[in-house]
Write a protein that binds this ligand. Structure first.
Ligand code: SF4
Length: 231
C-alpha cells in the first residue's frame, strides 16, 4: 500500500503533521455506540484508499475533498465537555491516512480524554505510530485474505490489513475486531474460515455485523437484495 499523497493543507502552508491539518468531514458530539461502554465524541476523517462494496459513506473516500470541520471546533468541544465525555473516537474513512492524526491523539489525551481509533489497517506504518497514543481500537477485518480484493477493490489490502492486525495484537492495546459480512462476496464457510484464522492469530473479541444497504450504491443494493432473496 502506498503512503498518502501530499495534502491540500500542506499546499496551504499548514504543517501536515499538526492536528490543524486534519480533514474532518464530520463530528458526532455524543455517541454511545462508537466505543463500547464509553460516552464519546466521534470525528469522521476524510479519505480512504479502499472502495469497499458496501461502503455506506462513499463521500468519505476521496482524499481530495476538503474537511468541513476545523480542528479549532474540536478543541472547543474538548474544553467544554469535561466530565461529560469519556473519550474521542477517530473514525473515517481511514483515519490513519492523515499525517496529523498522532498530534490530534496527543492533544485529546492531554485534554484528559481517552482516545479510540476505528481502522481497517490500510497503513501499517501510520498505525504503528498511533499505537502508543490510543486506548482502544475498533479494527475492521473485511474477509479471509483471498477475498480482500473482492471487498476492497485493492490487491494489496489483505497484506496491509493482516500486518496491521498483528501489530495491534502484539501491542496489547484493547481491541475489538469487527467484520461486516457482505453476503455478495462471503459465503457462510468463508466467514467460518475467517473466524478460525482470527482465533489462531489470538483475537479474543470478534464481532460479526450485518451489512446495511443504506448509503451504498444502487448496484450494490440490487446485488444485496438479490442474494438476500435467494437466502
Ligand atoms: S474501509 Fe471503510 S471507509 Fe474505506 S471504503 Fe471500506 S467501508 Fe468505506
Amino acid at each position: 500500500m502506498s503512503e498518502p499523497t501530499r495534502s491540500a493543507s500542506a499546499e496551504a502552508g499548514i504543517d501536515p503533521a499538526s492536528a490543524d491539518a486534519l480533514q474532518i468531514a464530520g463530528m458526532s458530539p455524543l455517541s454511545t455506540c462508537d466505543w463500547p461502554d464509553q460516552l464519546v465524541a466521534t470525528l469522521f476523517l476524510q479519505g480512504c484508499p479502499w472502495e469497499c462494496t458496501y461502503c455506506h459513506n462513499p463521500g468519505l473516500i476521496d482524499p481530495r475533498t476538503p474537511g468541513e470541520i476545523p480542528w479549532s471546533r474540536v478543541r472547543g468541544l474538548l474544553r467544554r465537555r469535561h466530565g461529560l465525555l469519556d473519550g474521542v473516537v477517530l473514525s473515517g474513512g481511514e483515519p490513519t491516512r492523515q499525517q496529523g492524526l498522532p498530534a490530534a491523539a496527543r492533544e485529546i489525551r492531554e485534554a484528559g480524554y481517552g482516545v479510540g481509533l476505528h481502522t481497517s489497517g490500510a497503513y501499517p506504518r501510520r498505525l504503528e505510530e498511533m499505537l502508543p497514543l490510543v486506548d482502544w481500537i475498533g479494527f475492521d477485518v473485511k474477509a479471509p485474505a483471498a477475498l480482500y480484493r473482492a471487498i476492497t477493490g485493492v490487491g494489496a489490502a489483505a497484506d496491509a490489513a493482516f500486518t496491521s492486525l498483528r501489530m495491534v495484537l502484539d501491542s496489547g492495546v484493547d481491541v475489538q475486531v469487527r467484520t461486516t459480512v457482505d453476503p455478495t462476496v462471503l459465503s457462510p464457510s468463508d466467514v467460518e474460515e475467517l473466524q478460525v484464522t482470527l482465533r489462531r492469530l489470538g483475537v479474543r473479541n470478534h464481532v460479526l455485523q450485518q451489512v446495511r444497504p443504506d448509503g451504498t450504491t444502487p448496484e450494490y443494493r440490487a446485488a444485496l437484495a438479490a442474494v438476500r432473496s435467494e437466502g
